[in-house]
Design a protein around this ligand. Sequence first.
Ligand code: TMP
Length: 255
Amino acid sequence: MTRRKKIYEGKAKILYEGPEPGTLIQYFKDDATAFNAQKKAVLEGKGVINNRISEFIMTRLTTIGVHNHFIKRLSLREQLIREVEIIPLEVVCRNIAAGSIATRLGIPEGTQLPRSIVEFYYKKDELNDPLVSEEHVTAFNWANTQEIDDILATTLRVNDFLSGMFSAVGITLVDFKIEFGRIYEGDYCRVILADEISPDSCRLWDSITHEKLDKDRFRRDLGNVIESYTEVARRLGVMKEMPTVIQGGITGEPT
Ligand code: TMP
């Protein structure tokens, strides 16, 4: 057996060559980072939970016609995905002020925004992923105007769907970050949703207590990170077996 080829390693995931051309294997690590990796930890079980939550969400999005890279889950930490050409933007959608918008614009955290706001950040670790405008995106050719239109429409659709899905299980979707990539089909190029959607990339608050159930627990040293991620999975009805999996130790290391 040959060791499979690593294509890319990010802060929380590794991409390996897939079994067929145009596919990749996305491996979810337990590593957690914040503030552009200035803060680091290993949270045992995080990769397993995020693999399942992201699978659940991507599969649900497929059923409402939001095209995305997910093909199928392969193991506890791995999923088969379509290979895309990643657009170098972090697309953030916000419903309630929290995190960087609260600081940048001096809005108290928890304030309902007048409407959902979509922001673009340029994916560049060396620059700390700066906030950019559509002008920058088109001028520097990170995406064209048609792609921006598709990204905006899809992001708002994802927001509507996820807000409803989480609200049904007593969770408020405060904000989230998604990424997009291009796929080429003959003469056509299409933008689809890629990366992951999980408590690492969303702000999720308990609708009644406003308790944080997402990566802010790690960023702000609030403790109980894995317990909160597990609670999100439990409420969504994924990974009913999760507590046993955690207690029994997590397997599924990269092969
Ligand atoms: P922010 O308030 O720090 O700009 O974050 C907005 C949303 O984006 C929040 O749900 C967390 C998510 N996010 C990521 O997924 N990756 C990142 O690197 C950052 C900074 C935020």
